[in-house]
Ligand binder design. Structure first.
Ligand code: ATP
Ligand code: MG
Length: 204
């Protein structure tokens, strides 16, 4: 059954890619809202391996990011987590994510979900041309970033812009708060607060 209770001939699957260092409520609202508007059957969260746009930055090990993503999504029957990116060696490129998930779900219609900031990079993604055949792209609004500039993208008809409830939360801010001992309650799910504490993540 889909989000709106329908049965689709082809399963409609959202793909929410991210570093998820850590996953926060902004990611979850984005996935939930796209699932509702596009009547998806499922949203697969895909923590990145080595994110290509963060090669210069320190990133928490993949297993911790994966487990926090599992904890954050466990209570939603439509949310699942895939290991395709963290199990693939090397840098994560979205084209590889889409190819792997297409191979796993050959009958599904795929919807790649991205925030207003990340969509700006879309044309620079490896094999950008090949991505349009594999998935629809949905660019969601994000506080602090201008509306998704899909009009400036030549293939703009391939990228939908969607306004979602605004949550001014970033993983960078959550990491900073945790490192200073400030509260992260209600920015991330309770289980993720506990996981960060239990494993001493982001302790500077
Ligand atoms: P960091 O600060 O470490 O970059 P982040 O909060 O941007 O973390 P990412 O894992 O980089 O989180 O983001 C994954 C995806 O979620 C991206 O497409 C990003 O644009 C989107 N996203 C992140 N936070 C929000 C938010 N608050 N509202 C809407 N989209 C978001
Ligand atoms: Mg980011």
């Amino acid at each position: 059954r889909s989000t709106r209770g329908n049965r689709h001939e082809r399963p409609r699957i959202g793909i929410m890619g991210g570093t998820f260092d850590p996953i926060h409520n902004g990611h979850l609202v984005a996935a939930s809202e796209v699932a509702w508007v596009y009547d998806l059957d499922e949203v697969i969260f895909v923590p990145t391996g080595r994110p290509v746009f963060k090669l210069d930055k320190q990133v928490t090990n993949a297993e911790d990011r994966y487990l926090m993503t599992v904890i954050a999504t466990a209570s939603n029957p439509q949310f699942t987590v895939s290991r395709v990116d963290i199990d693939r060696p090397g840098i994560t490129y979205t084209i590889d994510t889409l190819r792997d998930l297409h191979a796993e779900y050959p009958d599904a219609e795929l919807f790649f979900i991205t925030g207003a900031d990340a969509v700006a990079e879309i044309l620079h993604w490896k094999d950008a041309d090949g991505m349009w055949d594999l998935a629809h792209f949905v660019a969601v609004t994000r506080p602090g970033y201008s509306q998704p500039q899909t009009a400036s993208i030549p293939i703009s008809k391939k990228v939908d812009a969607l306004e979602i409830p605004a949550l001014a939360i970033s993983s960078t801010d959550v990491r900073g708060r945790a490192s200073r001992g400030e509260p992260v309650w209600y920015l991330v799910p309770d289980g993720v607060v506990q996981y960060i504490g239990k494993h001493g993540l982001y302790q500077g």
